[in-house]
Design a protein around this ligand. Sequence first.
Ligand SMILES: NC(=O)c1ccc[n+]([C@@H]2O[C@H](COP(=O)([O-])OP(=O)(O)OC[C@H]3O[C@@H](n4cnc5c(N)ncnc54)[C@H](OP(=O)(O)O)[C@@H]3O)[C@@H](O)[C@H]2O)c1
Length: 259
Amino acid sequence: MRVLVTGATGRLGRVAVPRLRDEGFTVRAVSRRPGAGDGVEWLAVDLATAAGLADAVAGVDAVLHLASSPNRRTHEIDVLGTRRLVVAAGHAGVRHLVYVSIVGVDRVPLAYYRHKLAAEQVVAAGAVPWSVLRATQFPGFLAELLAGASRLGPVLGDPAVLAQPVDPGEVADRLAALLRAGPSHRVEDFGGPEVLRFDEAARAWLAARRSRRPLLPVRIPGRLGRELRAGALTTAATPTGARTWADHLADTYGGTGRR
Ligand SMILES: NC(=O)c1ccc[n+]([C@@H]2O[C@H](COP(=O)([O-])OP(=O)(O)OC[C@H]3O[C@@H](n4cnc5c(N)ncnc54)[C@H](OP(=O)(O)O)[C@@H]3O)[C@@H](O)[C@H]2O)c1
């Protein structure tokens, strides 16, 4: 099967591309600043302008759409860019488009999540048969959040927010299975093996880094805080991934750690 992967240089794309290739998919990988090598074809595509898009969708059987821009021009890239991709894929006769979304996009009042929900709707309304998988947070993303939250010294955060980190490699395996299964519409959400409170996750992260920084509790106000504490980012769906937050920390920091 020939598969176009958008967002191929991102956290998930970097893991998904070699896995798909190793499983026998013929992969065309795209982003604005494409990589090279890896035994796949790399092309430059900008979803904000559609530059490169017609060539990218030509001759592929399926599209795995991972590209996203959480921090800037999100409506342009995630919503309108997804529409550009769906339209181009339709014209090219693509038979399946798989979109990756996030558990909680329909509950958590964040602008990014609203855009992701809108992009899901663009996919579902498009002419290309589709599947949507919502996943929980990747551990690498959680670690970036923790690094950002501790920029001033202590780790700032709402201790009771619940997260369920899931290994991107295991998400990639689900996506490969979905590509093989064919258009399935919205499938079971996919989360990691354990639900953690923010303070538990932060303490484990600090310990792995041999850091003595304190946690400074900051309660997130309003509906956002209520949803995050009530588990809007988590799912009871099974099966879950197997790799834990502790596994990620061991892989990343091993026994050496750093302050
Ligand atoms: N991170 C998480 O914890 C998480 C959890 C669940 C679901 N997801 C979803 O999984 C998907 C992948 O997430 P990720 O964390 O791997 O994302 P990421 O690391 O932020 O990567 C985003 C990718 O999109 C590409 N991109 C950005 N703007 C673009 C544009 N205008 N045109 C074409 N490509 C563009 C980037 O490459 P260039 O900059 O080179 O263009 C990059 O390859 C997203 O849809 C995200 O919502 C993420």
